[in-house]
Design a protein around this ligand. Structure first.
Ligand SMILES: Nc1nc2c(c(=O)[nH]1)N[C@H]1C(S)=C(S)[C@@H](COP(=O)(O)O)O[C@H]1N2
Ligand SMILES: [Mo]
Length: 422
């Protein structure tokens, strides 16, 4: 009885879709395509056999999916020392597919034969050690989901809105499941000498990037990672081994990790005296800013995903993250910060990982709106307004811009990157 009614009503709905398409919200039944492949017809892909298993021994996404990493030609003089951005508007959930992970390298991507890979630990240790990749893989492992963000994310926008979409305002941000051996296990094997309090991590690429890391972080949650999203770390992400420092700025996650040296003070490498320092309004520079502060951005709607032709119900959705811990709350405003509603956080909500938030909204055609999101984390950190951040940090810095972001939805549904004084 019940199923009969269900069937009848489903038939009724199908009839309505086919017969009265014009009455439905645009974009549902009016979508383009070949009507011969749409209800009530049997589509062509169901009428002949497709390729069999292992036709592709390593799979690729559907040829209809076209989201790509992009770079900004005017940002860097060449592509060897440059950056590509994750297309955040196209992402579902919290995991970044490895093929769309943002890339930042200073000397190109080295091609490392895993048989020749070695990790050296030396300096203020009892026993200097050299590990092969097999040595590392035989040790107890952990898998953890963490975001990585270049602290220059959004750095083009300290003085005003510049970039035309969320891929470029926030796309130096990705989130993966990282697998490897806790760094503290390697340090325990090497044995710390008294006074050891810092370590230097060096990359094996042509840039030999080196960063000083406080020992406390190494003994806390640092991972020597060889796995990314279930397979080997991708070449662009540091194959075969990268340093994972959850919550810390991306440049410290040294890729193609070659050596770790223990010492009793930071090294002040050129990356720490000339590059990743934060210039403050009083003219002084902050030497180290390790943690990526609490941040968030709306990824739907956004400039790449406007509302044209889609009045009515909209599920606003976005990403929140904090290098200090778990996201506890995200508020969303549609009127530039006058009124806020609390969004729903989608499970899992993990420390130092991207967190997806959602909130329903009714957009009337012809209505303009200023969309904003404001994230909070378990340490009590709250994402600041751009005005408050500029008051504290000035506009001379490049790094650690985590202010509330504003999208203007124009009356026709176009979405534009703007900054408003709030
Ligand atoms: N060896 C080495 N490690 C490196 C870099 C590099 O150029 N060489 N770039 C750093 C910077 S600035 C960032 S933001 C991250 C980017 O990591 P990804 O390319 O996996 O996104 O790697 C860091 N680790
Ligand atoms: Mo970076």
């Amino acid at each position: 009885m019940r199923s009969e009614r269900g069937l009848a009503s489903r038939r009724g709905v199908i009839g309505a879709v086919a017969g009265a398409a014009a009455a439905l919200p645009a974009g549902i039944a009016r979508a383009a395509g070949n009507p011969q492949n749409q209800p009530p017809h049997l589509p062509e892909w169901g009428r002949s056999l497709g390729p069999g298993v292992i036709e592709e021994t390593y799979g690729t996404r559907s040829r209809h999916e076209t989201a790509v990493r992009r770079y900004v030609p005017w940002l860097t003089p060449d592509r060897v020392s440059s950056v590509s951005f994750t297309p955040l508007a196209e992402m579902h959930g919290i995991i970044t597919p490895s093929g769309l992970h943002f890339e930042r390298h200073h000397g190109g991507v080295p091609d490392i034969d895993p048989a020749d890979y070695r990790l050296m630990i030396h300096g203020m240790v009892e026993r200097p050690l050299i590990f092969t990749l097999e040595d590392l893989k035989r040790m107890p492992q952990v898998s953890r989901i963490h975001f990585i963000e270049c602290p220059a994310n959004g750095g083009m926008e300290w003085r005003g809105a510049q970039m035309s979409g969320v891929q470029f305002t926030h796309g130096m941000l990705s989130c993966s499941e990282w697998t490897g051996v806790p760094l503290k296990l390697l340090l325990a094997q090497a044995g710390l000498r008294p006074g050891a309090s810092w370590l230097l991590a060096e990359g094996g690429d042509a840039s030999h990037m080196t960063r000083s890391v406080p020992l406390a972080k190494a003994l806390d949650d640092a991972i020597i990672a060889y796995g990314q999203n279930g397979e080997a770390v991708r070449p662009q992400q540091g194959y075969p081994v990268r340093l994972v420092l959850p919550g810390y700025e991306g440049n410290m996650w040294v890729k193609w990790l070659r050596r770790i040296e223990l010492g009793d003070r930071p090294w002040f490498s050129r990356w720490e005296t000339r590059t990743y320092t934060d210039l403050m309004p009083d003219g002084l520079s902050r030497q180290f800013t390790f943690v990526n502060e609490v941040n968030s951005v709306i990824t739907y709607p956004c400039p790449e995903k406007p509302l044209q032709g889609r009045p009515g119900f909209v599920e606003i959705s976005g990403l929140a993250w904090s290098g200090a811990g778990r996201i506890t709350r995200v508020d969303v405003s549609v009127d530039g910060g006058d009124n806020w509603r609390t969004a729903e956080l989608q499970d899992p909500v993990l420390p130092k990982a991207l967190t997806r938030f959602r909130i329903p909204w009714e957009w009337r055609e012809g209505q303009s709106a200023f969309l904003q999101s404001r994230a909070m984390d378990e340490t009590g950190r709250v994402q600041p307004s751009i005005t408050a951040l500029r008051a504290a940090r000035g506009t001379e810095s490049i790094y650690h811009k985590n202010s509330i972001h504003t999208w203007l939805v124009e009356r026709d549904g176009t979405v534009v990157n703007v900054q408003i004084d709030a």
